[in-house]
Every structure is written in C-alpha cells, then in structure tokens.
Write a protein that binds this ligand. Sequence first.
Ligand SMILES: O=C(CO)COP(=O)(O)O
Length: 253
Amino acid sequence: MRKPIIAGNWKMYKTHEEAKRFAAEVRGLVPDAGQVDAVICAPALFLEQLVTETKGQNLHIGAQTMHEEDSGAFTGEISPVQLKDIGVEYIIIGHSERRQYFNETDESVNRKVKAALAHGLVPIMCVGETLEQRENGDTNRVVQEQVKAGLADISAADVQKTVIAYEPIWAIGTGKTATAEDANTVCQVIREKVAELSGQESADAVRIQYGGSVKPANIQELMGMEHIDGALVGGASLESESFLKLLEAGANA
Ligand SMILES: O=C(CO)COP(=O)(O)O
C-alpha cells in the first residue's frame, strides 16, 4: 500500500511570526509517520527556522521551487545543495504558477526533478490542464505529455521516489474542485502513463496527489479514491487547525 502524503503549499503567504506560530500550534499534534507523510512547503525565508522548529516530529519541510545547478552565478536562485544543507526534504517542481508566471517548461521541470533526486530531495512534480484544455477534451493528452517529459531519462528506482501532483489549473484557488471521480480518473491516467514509461512496479509505487481547492470538507472523499494517494493543498494549509484536519483525514485513509 502507498503511504498517504499530505503537503501544504504556503505559496507567498505568512510572515516570520505567523510561520513560527503555526509550528507551535501543530507541535505534538501531527499524526505519526506510520500513517501519513506530512509536509509543509514554505517560502524560502522560513525554511531553516521551520526545519528547526519541527525537529523530531513527523512534519517535513519542503521548498516551492529551486534551480537545477548545484551552485553558480544565478542571482536570486536557490540550489538543491543549499536546500539539502539546511535540512529541507521535499521540493515542489513545476507548479502551474511557476509554469505560467516564471516560464518553467516541461524541459526545465525534467532537469529540476533530476537534480532533486540526485541530491536526495523528494520532488513533488506538478501537472495539470487549463480550463480551455479540459473543455476541449485534451486533459488526458496534456497530463500524459507533462508526465512523459517530466520523467524523461529517470530510472525506475527514482521514479518510485517521486511524488506527482495532479492539479487542474481551473481548480486552484477558485473553490472549484474536480469531482473525486474525475480527479481519480486523471490520476489513473497518470499512473498508467508511468507504467508505460517506467514499468508496473513504478506505477504501483509512485504516489499521486490531487491538488486544487482541497479542504477538510472534501478531503475524505478524495482520499477514498483508488488512485489518489494524497493532497497538495494551498489555502487550507495556512491555518494549523485545518491543516491538522487534513492530516487526520490522510492518516485515516
Ligand atoms: O495550488 C495549489 C497547491 O499547490 C492548490 O491551491 P488551493 O488549495 O488554494 O486551491
């Protein structure tokens, strides 16, 4: 069985003080590691502090993007080596907001996924269609192409360590969720693509999250679906109370 993974994506929210308060509020309340992997992907500024403040708990810290090189003259960027050095364990790669506003492409996503794996970070690789693509019946083709390009030249052992997040762009921050059945269908399409690219063992092991307006009220139904192994959550991960409810639902899935 695949262990559920619930990850919060704080995006560009919270002050230093608010991040600190969140860590204090969840202390001692995170379900244990046998039940669920719990992750917070925070703004880079707060990563080191959060790693320290969550030590010894089943709450793992991730970044929201990174550069693929180990070091170099890339003003403003952060490398996998630097993230690993301060105790970061997860990295979101190719979020639709990065693809839309920061020119990330399937090719750069692939380079970053490889770099993350090479440095022992767990990549959460995001895929998903726009509303227009969905309305044109292109959803399956779009996500299959993103998965194929994103996982190009990655060994089966590394594919099995990767988390794929299916986030339909029209469902992000809009309050619109894909129905659990629709989300499950696309996650199944992704799993079948992984089987074709990397073998059945990879497809059985790879964890696929759904993301897009996930909240305590709908997570249970989503987690009940065969091909949905977790959630990547924006808005509902910002408050400790709702994040803990999401973890609880993940632990009981
Ligand atoms: O983009 C998301 C997580 O990466 C989803 O955001 P919301 O949960 O706020 O819709």
